[in-house]
Design a protein around this ligand. Structure first.
Ligand SMILES: [Cu+2]
Length: 430
């Protein structure tokens, strides 16, 4: 296959005409020019993107339910020994050949890849819609909606009724220049009850301009432009909360319509995995075909590559970036270590010098909300191995019901090591 097949199928100019067609019909070119910054859109489509995400369907692993269900595991799974559940999602295909990218149809991951930008950095991300392998009848478009991002022109907001969406075999490049540091989330906004629940959800962080200032905090890493180092941290861990109602996923693979008013999630996940899989290591990149390489020793987690295991040295400041894109409220509890909430919905909890941060051991997170919480890793007990603390959703229905405490639910561990055990962190969630 030629390396540029995808781009030849439709020129950038044609794409813009199509994308703007509905708006042109409604308001004419004058309106488009006035309100939709077409030059910026044109520029976005012409320059190389910083990242490329593919949107498609796929299969993930979830453990057995305590009582037999006709919907779990899904009998259409391509490999029932590994994968149980049908989903939609994204994959980071940056740097792949077009052939490798097209190979990723029905190989989406959950959660979507995390990414992070610097404050005021101009950033282009291209979304390519590969279509749904299991559902050739379902010709759904996809978008990327940067939830809570205040500076988007409508073209780049991803809300399809006021913007463009990406049909199958097409691509669109979104451009952002974020000004407000903090923790955000993104999701596909097409048929959003379904596409969000099916797995098209991920985390995105904006790093503050203050980063690199080692006089305010030795690591030079901060959540916000605090001016005093109060949001400095040594390690950071993204925690994207989502849920899985297996009946609806079975319905999507079997060409049935889920009844969303019956919503009753069976599993609740952190970064696309349930406890104890949350503790498994990260995935290992992609192979020569572009397919994901599973975490070492966990072939069933091939399409759930993001670990939620928190490891740190005593005395370090650890940042937990929570966002909830499930449909239920979560009450994330850290047993035994107080957390200081320094940010909510990408807003620094400080009003012109008045400190609004607070200490708590439980953070209630509703759908669509994000929280930034920092804890100080307590002194190590001196016992052999790390000290272990539990981080879990204490809502009863979300912590029990599948057997052992936390199994199949939103729970992970904080492992605290003696000072100097772990090297400095180079990437979130490592
Ligand atoms: Cu979608």
């Amino acid at each position: 296959m030629k390396s540029n097949t995808f781009n030849n199928r439709i020129s950038r100019r044609d794409f813009l005409k199509l994308a703007g067609g509905g708006l042109l019909a409604a308001g004419g070119m004058g309106l488009l020019k006035k309100y939709l910054a077409p030059d910026l859109v044109a520029l976005a489509q012409m320059e190389a993107p910083d990242k490329i995400f593919a949107a498609t369907d796929g299969w993930i692993y979830l453990p057995p339910l305590p009582t037999p269900s006709p919907y779990h595991p899904d009998d259409l799974s391509p490999d029932p020994s590994l994968f149980t559940t049908y989903m939609f999602g994204f994959r980071d295909v940056t740097g792949m050949t077009d052939e490798q990218i097209l190979n990723q149809k029905m190989k989406a991951q959950h959660s979507a890849p995390m990414f992070w930008l610097d404050q005021d950095q101009q950033f282009r991300i291209e979304i390519r819609n590969l279509g749904l392998q299991m559902r050739p009848d379902l010709v759904d478009a996809h978008t990327l909606h940067f939830h809570g991002f205040k500076n988007a022109i409508p073209f780049f907001d991803g809300e399809p009724s006021s913007s463009v969406s990406v049909p199958i075999n097409r691509s669109f490049t979104y451009v952002y220049r974020p000004h407000d540091p903090g923790t955000y989330m993104f999701h596909c906004h097409v048929e959003d009850t379904e596409h969000v629940h099916m797995g098209m959800t991920g985390l995105v962080f904006i790093r503050p301009a203050q980063n690199g200032n080692t006089s305010l905090y030795p690591s030079g890493k901060f959540v916000f432009n605090d001016g005093d180092g109060s949001t400095g941290y040594d390690r950071e861990f993204g925690m994207l909360l989502s849920e899985m109602w297996v009946d609806s996923h079975w319905a999507d693979s079997h060409i049935q319509l889920p009844e969303w008013s019956d919503y009753k999630p069976d599993f609740s996940m952190i970064n696309g995995r349930v406890y104890p899989d949350t503790l498994a290591p990260n995935g290992q990149g992609f192979d020569a075909n572009g397919d994901l390489i599973p975490p070492d020793g966990f072939p069933q987690l091939q399409y759930q590559p993001i670990s939620s295991l928190v490891q740190c040295n005593e005395g370090e400041r650890v940042l937990l970036r929570f966002a909830n894109l499930g449909f239920m409220q979560a009450s994330m509890t850290l047993e035994g270590i107080p957390m200081r909430v320094v940010g909510k919905d990408a807003t620094y909890l400080n009003n012109g010098g008045v400190d609004l941060s607070y200490l708590t051991n439980t953070i209630n997170i509703s759908p669509g909300e994000s929280f930034d919480a920092i804890f100080n890793a307590p002194p190590h007990s001196g016992a052999s191995g790390p000290d272990v603390y539990l981080l879990y959703n204490r809502n009863f229905a979300m912590s029990h019901s599948l057997g052992g405490f936390g199994v199949g639910k939103q729970m992970t561990e904080i492992r605290v090591y003696p000072a100097g055990t772990l090297p400095a962190q180079t990437q979130p969630n490592t």
